[in-house]
Ligand binder design. Structure first.
Ligand SMILES: *Cc1c(COP(=O)(O)O)cnc(C)c1O
Length: 493
């Protein structure tokens, strides 16, 4: 069986189901496969296959503790008609580039790609481990993860989910999506504080042994739906293989030829999945990491220094407004040739000084990556350009990727075809997107602009968003940061 180990301790190994249930290793490290599997199929075999079939072929290489029947059941329940296209993750071809659309799930952002399957993987893991406690998912969100996790876990027997979001720190549409969530096992709470405080609060609770013992007596155990969970990372590898086969089908590339991928990045989960795909044998040449004005990763790839002692910006691509990219720890592990001593030292420095510097050898090892960033004006111009020339409306996060890709082309003249990852539907950010086309829209609110956007796009708006304004608000709880435990206790009683 494939085993998993921590990025921080050599001896720790756990089975796939243990890794999925734990979410994070007790030493604070992240779980990674003992060895990255090489594909045991031909790329040509994937061409023309369904998303579900590609998902099975890829995921079984990692989660072989499940039987074929179990894994296929998880996949079929996740990728069904809650996606608005049978293709699940279609590639939209334009003269300006090929966009891999990862926003056709229920909450209109790419988090659905993994958070639709994670609940089934967790329940199955819990059964296999013969755990009879209910799983309580704790999540702090700045917008997209919260709603995707709520949709994924709502009404799933054997689970409860609690989401904390910063009362004043999410967009109108994101907030409404969460507070109208149905499902008796869900709780959504507005925190009187910012996202960092919510996140820190959740992390503290996950590490609080006394509190964990207390809820264990009530028949519960905590887990995490954040992208540090390996059960979220592995399903994200699938769509890179799937996108590749679509380029082959469209005669854009010959099988075996290399592509580049361009990924709008925050927590480094999505692009790390592309890195895994490459290690497994998918011909990817460059991994182009696109950041917004919070360009901590750009500086890292350029200088080999990761430094969070800097101003934090709230931008028009809010899901990428982040300074600590948790999943980078997994890449560091590979760059350090799996030397856990180095990882421990870097992570100690990050905690103590908010900064670390990697070795020259590690810097050499990251030649496959290219880092780029854009400011908000360039992001707006990218939306304008793609719309004017292609009549294709992209969201602000996708626009960051496109703008960085343009810079990359200018700099390198690289002719290898690229997949540009489109992470959110423009409907999630109506004001910023339409405001890029014409600043008269910036006067209006997100809800009023839904209809306008529908007219411009010319097809009816996705189900996840129509009627949202009139849905009943079922979640009105608010709390101070130091009341999170109290709220959890009340909910579980
Ligand atoms: C979460 C998110 C990202 C960043 O993805 P990471 O895996 O955290 O790097 C980019 N765009 C959107 C729309 C997101 O929701």
């Amino acid at each position: 069986m494939k085993l998993y180990r921590s990025t921080r301790t050599e001896q720790v190994t756990v089975t796939p189901t243990e890794a999925i249930l734990k979410g994070i290793s007790e030493d604070g490290g992240l779980f990674i496969p003992d060895e990255i599997p090489i594909i045991n199929f031909q790329l040509a075999d994937l061409v023309g296959q369904s998303y579900q079939e590609v998902a099975y072929k890829v995921i079984q290489l990692f989660f072989d503790e499940f039987t074929e029947e179990e894994l296929r059941m998880c996949i079929n329940k996740a990728y069904d008609n809650k996606f608005d296209t049978a293709k699940i993750a279609p590639v939209k071809t334009t003269q300006k580039g090929d966009f891999l659309e990862l926003f056709h799930g229920p909450t209109l952002a790419f988090k659905d790609m993994a958070l639709t399957i994670l609940p089934y993987l967790m329940i199955m893991s819990s059964k296999k481990q013969r755990i009879n406690q209910e799983i309580v998912i704790l999540t702090a969100t700045s917008g997209d993860t919260g709603k995707a996790a709520l949709e994924g876990f709502a009404d799933i027997p054997g689970t409860k989910i609690i989401v904390f979001f910063p009362q004043e720190g999410v967009s109108e549409i994101q907030k409404r999506q969460m507070v109208t969530q149905k499902g008796d096992n869900t709780l959504v709470v507005g925190i009187k504080g910012n996202f960092d405080q919510a996140q820190t609060g959740v992390k503290e609770i996950l590490g609080d042994q006394e509190f964990k013992d207390y809820i264990a007596q009530q028949g519960y155990r905590f887990s995490s739906a954040n992208s540090i969970n390996i059960g979220r990372l592995i399903p994200q590898i699938v769509y890179y293989f799937y996108a590749y086969t679509q380029l082959v089908e469209q005669n854009k590339i010959e099988i075996g030829k290399a592509i580049n991928v361009v990924v709008p990045t925050g927590n480094f989960g999505n692009i790390l999945a592309a890195y895994y795909a490459k290690q497994m044998g998918l011909p990817i040449k460059k991994l182009i990491c696109a950041s917004n004005k919070n360009k901590v990763l750009f500086d890292f790839f350029k200088e080999g220094v990761y430094d969070i002692n800097r101003e934090f910006y709230m931008t028009n691509s809010p899901s990428m407004d982040i300074l600590i990219s948790s999943n980078l720890e997994r890449l560091l592990y590979y760059l350090a040739d799996e030397n856990v001593e180095i990882i421990n030292e870097l992570m100690r420095n990050l905690k103590k000084e908010g900064r670390y510097k990697i070795t020259d050898q590690m810097k050499k090892n990251m030649e496959d990556f290219y880092g780029g960033f854009t400011d908000e004006e360039q992001t707006k111009r990218a939306i304008q350009k793609i719309y004017q020339e292609e009549r294709y409306l992209i969201d602000t996060h996708t626009a960051v990727a496109y703008a960085v890709y343009e810079k990359y082309l200018e700099e390198t003249k690289d002719e290898v075809p690229a997949i540009i990852v489109a992470t959110a539907s423009p409907y999630k950010f109506t004001k910023s997107v339409l405001g890029s086309l014409d600043n008269q829209y910036e006067m209006k609110n997100d809800f009023d602009l839904l209809k306008e956007m529908e007219k411009i796009i010319g097809t009816s708006m996705p189900l996840g968003i129509s009627g949202l304004k009139d849905k009943e608000i079922g979640h009105t709880k608010q709390c101070d940061v130091d009341e999170m435990k109290k709220i959890i206790k009340e909910f579980l009683n």
